[in-house]
Design a binder for this molecule. Structure first.
Ligand SMILES: *[C@@H]1O[C@H](CO)[C@@H](O)[C@H](O)[C@H]1NC(C)=O
Ligand SMILES: *[C@@H]1O[C@H](CO)[C@@H](O)[C@H](O)[C@H]1NC(C)=O
Ligand SMILES: *[C@@H]1O[C@H](CO)[C@@H](O)[C@H](O)[C@H]1NC(C)=O
Ligand SMILES: *[C@@H]1O[C@H](CO)[C@@H](O)[C@H](O)[C@H]1NC(C)=O
Ligand SMILES: *[C@@H]1O[C@H](CO)[C@@H](O)[C@H](O)[C@H]1NC(C)=O
Ligand SMILES: *[C@@H]1O[C@H](CO)[C@@H](O)[C@H](O)[C@H]1NC(C)=O
Length: 453
C-alpha cells in the first residue's frame, strides 16, 4: 500500500512468507530517508546494515540483547512544550501560507509517556526476529531470560517482546518477563542513579538558537503574531514524528519543514545524547557500568562483580540472575543505552561534537544509535581462529582448536571493536574484550562516587 500525501510518500511494507519460514512482519511508516532518518530519538527502528551471519569457522553460543522500548507518546514534559508551541501558532489571526491552514481546526490529541500500538508491534517483531535468528540456542529448558526497567512503556515492550518470541515458536517456547527493576532503586537498565550528572542543555541551547532562529522567523511570517521562538522549533519538528507514528499516517506538521531542517533537528538530538549521558557528559558513561559488569558476568559465566548500580541481592541469586542461559534480553531506555555505548567505547569520536557546527562525517547520529526499539546485541561465539587479527585476518587454527570470541551489533550494524583488537570480522577474543572493559571493571574509576559527592 502506498499513499501520496502532502509531498510525502508513505509506504507500509509488509514482508510475506519466505522460503517456507514465516518472516517477522516488518511494518513501518516509511518516509524518504532524508526525513524519517532525521527524527533522532524518534526515528523508528530500522536495520542500519543487513545482519552479517557469523563467519564459517564460528558458532554462536550466547546472545545478550539490550533494547530500547518501542515507539511512545511524547514524555509529559515534552507534550506540554509541544502544546504551548502549537497554541502560539494557532493564536495567529491569519496564515500567509496554506500549509498552516489545517491549524484552524487542529486539536492535539496525543497521550503521554506510554508505548503506542506501533511501539508494541516493534517490540513483538523484535521478539519474533530473535526467535528466527537464534532459535538453535533455546529450548523449553533454556528459555530467554528477560528483564525490564519499571516504566510502563518498558514493561509493555518486554511483554510484547516475549509474546512475539512465543508466537514465532508457535507457542512452544514461552519466555516470561522475570525481573522488573524499579527505577527508584538500583537499576542497571535506567540512568536515574547519578544525581550529580549534568544535562545537555548548554550544548543543545547553542545549536537551537543557530538552527531554530531562521525557522522561527519564517514561521512568524507564515503565522503573523505567533511569536514562535527558536526553542519552540525543537518542539514543533518532533510533532511530525510523534503524530505520524501514533496515527500511522503522515502528520501535516511534516510539511512545515524541509529535509535540511529535519537534518538540523537530528543534530539537536545528536548533541542531546552526546552531552546527556554520552562521551560529552563527565558523569554519563559511569551510568552504563552496572550493565557492562552484568554483561561480563554472563559472557564469562562468573558471578557479577560491581559496586555501582547493580542490585546485589538480585544479581547474586541464580533465580534472578542466572548464568546458564543462552539468550538474555533486557528492556531499557535510550539514555541508558547511550551511557553503556560510551562506557564500553562504541561510537567514540575523534573530537567532541561541536555545538555550533555539525561535522557531516560524525558517526554519532542518534537515529542510528538509539531510535525507538534500538538494540545492542552482544554475541558470544566459539571460533576456530587465534584472534590475532586486529583489523586484519586472524589465523585459522587446525585440529579443531577453538577459542571464545565476542562481536557486537548495534541495530544490526557490526561494530569494529577496535578497542579490543577486533579482527576483519569484528571479532575480539572474550579475553581481550574483558580486558578492554577496565572502566567498568574498576567501577567507573572513581566517577560513580562523584555522582553523589
Ligand atoms: C474540524 O474537525 C472536526 C473533528 O476532527 C470535524 O468533525 C470537523 O468537520 C472539522 N471542521 C472543519 C471546518 O474542517
Ligand atoms: C503490548 O503493549 C501494549 C501497550 O502498547 C499493551 O497494552 C499490551 O498489553 C502489550 N501486549 C502484551 C502481550 O504484553
Ligand atoms: C533489590 O531488589 C529487591 C528484589 O526486587 C528489592 O526488594 C530491593 O528493594 C532492591 N534493592 C535496591 C536497593 O534496589
Ligand atoms: C507577540 O509579541 C508581541 C511583541 O512582543 C506582543 O505584543 C504580542 O502580544 C505577542 N503575541 C503573543 C500571541 O504572545
Ligand atoms: C544499591 O547500590 C548502592 C550503591 O552502589 C549500594 O551501596 C547498595 O548496597 C545497593 N543495594 C543493593 C540491594 O544492591
Ligand atoms: C574515546 O576516545 C578518546 C580520544 O580518542 C579516548 O581518550 C578515550 O579513552 C576513548 N573512550 C573509550 C571509552 O574508549
Amino acid at each position: 500500500m502506498s499513499l501520496f500525501i502532502g509531498g510525502c510518500l508513505l509506504v507500509f511494507l509488509q514482508a510475506s512468507a519466505y522460503g517456507g519460514v514465516v518472516q517477522a512482519t516488518f511494518v513501518q511508516p516509511f518516509f524518504p530517508p532524508q526525513i524519517q532518518d532525521s527524527w533522532a530519538a524518534y526515528t523508528p527502528y530500522y536495520p542500519v546494515q543487513a545482519y552479517t551471519p557469523p563467519p564459517k569457522d564460528c558458532k554462536i553460543t550466547q546472545v545478550n540483547i539490550i533494547q530500547r522500548h518501542g515507539a511512545r507518546f511524547p514524555t509529559s514534559g515534552a507534550g506540554t512544550r509541544i502544546q504551548a508551541a502549537v497554541k502560539k501558532l494557532q493564536s495567529a489571526k491569519t496564515y500567509t501560507d496554506p500549509r498552516l491552514d489545517f491549524l484552524t481546526n487542529y486539536t492535539y490529541t496525543l497521550g503521554h509517556d506510554d508505548l503506542v500500538p506501533f511501539g508494541a508491534l516493534q517490540s513483538s517483531q523484535a521478539g519474533e526476529e530473535t526467535f528466527q535468528r537464534y532459535s538453535f540456542l533455546v529450548s523449553k529448558e533454556n528459555l530467554p531470560f528477560v528483564r525490564a526497567s519499571s516504566s510502563n512503556r518498558v514493561v509493555d515492550s518486554a511483554t510484547n517482546w516475549t509474546e512475539g518470541f512465543s508466537a514465532a515458536s508457535h507457542h512452544v517456547l514461552n519466555p516470561i518477563l522475570f525481573v522488573i527493576l524499579s527505577e527508584s532503586l538500583n537499576d542497571t537498565l535506567d540512568d536515574a542513579m547519578c544525581p550529580n550528572a549534568g544535562s545537555s542543555d548548554p550544548q543543545t541551547g547553542i545549536w537551537t538558537s543557530i538552527y531554530g532562529t531562521p525557522i522561527a522567523n519564517r514561521l512568524n511570517q507564515q503565522a503573523p503574531g505567533a511569536n514562535i521562538t527558536a526553542a519552540d522549533v525543537s518542539n514543533l519538528i518532533p510533532l511530525c514524528a510523534f503524530e505520524t507514528i501514533v496515527k500511522e499516517t503522515p502528520s501535516p506538521f511534516c510539511n512545515l519543514f524541509t529535509p535540511e531542517e529535519f537534518a538540523q533537528f537530528e543534530y539537536f538530538g545528536d548533541l542531546d545524547k552526546f552531552y546527556g549521558t554520552g562521551y560529552g557528559q563527565p558523569l554519563g558513561p559511569v551510568q552504563g557500568v552496572g550493565y557492562i559488569n552484568e554483561l561480563l558476568a554472563r559472557l564469562t559465566e562468573m558471578p557479577v562483580r560491581d559496586n555501582t548500580q547493580t542490585n546485589r541481592t538480585l544479581d547474586s541469586s541464580p533465580l534472578t540472575f542466572p548464568l546458564d542461559r543462552s539468550i538474555y534480553a533486557d528492556l531499557s531506555h535510550d539514555n541508558q543505552m547511550i551511557a553503556i555505548f560510551s562506557a564500553m567505547g562504541l561510537f567514540n569520536q575523534s573530537s567532541p561534537l561541536d555545538p555550533s557546527f555539525p561535522n557531516p562525517k560524525r558517526t554519532w547520529v542518534t537515529s542510528r544509535l538509539t531510535p525507538f526499539s534500538a538494540r545492542m546485541v552482544t554475541e558470544r561465539l566459539l571460533c576456530q581462529r587465534d584472534g590475532t587479527g586486529s583489523g586484519g585476518p586472524s589465523r585459522i587454527m587446525r585440529n579443531g582448536n577453538v577459542q571464545t570470541f565476542v562481536r557486537i551489533l548495534v541495530n544490526d550494524a557490526l561494530q569494529p571493536l577496535k578497542f579490543c583488537g577486533g579482527d576483519m570480522d569484528s571479532l575480539c577474543t572474550l579475553e581481550a574484550f574483558v580486558e578492554s572493559q577496565k572502566y567498568a571493571r574498576e567501577d567507573g574509576q572513581g566517577d560513580f562516587e562523584k555522582c553523589f559527592d
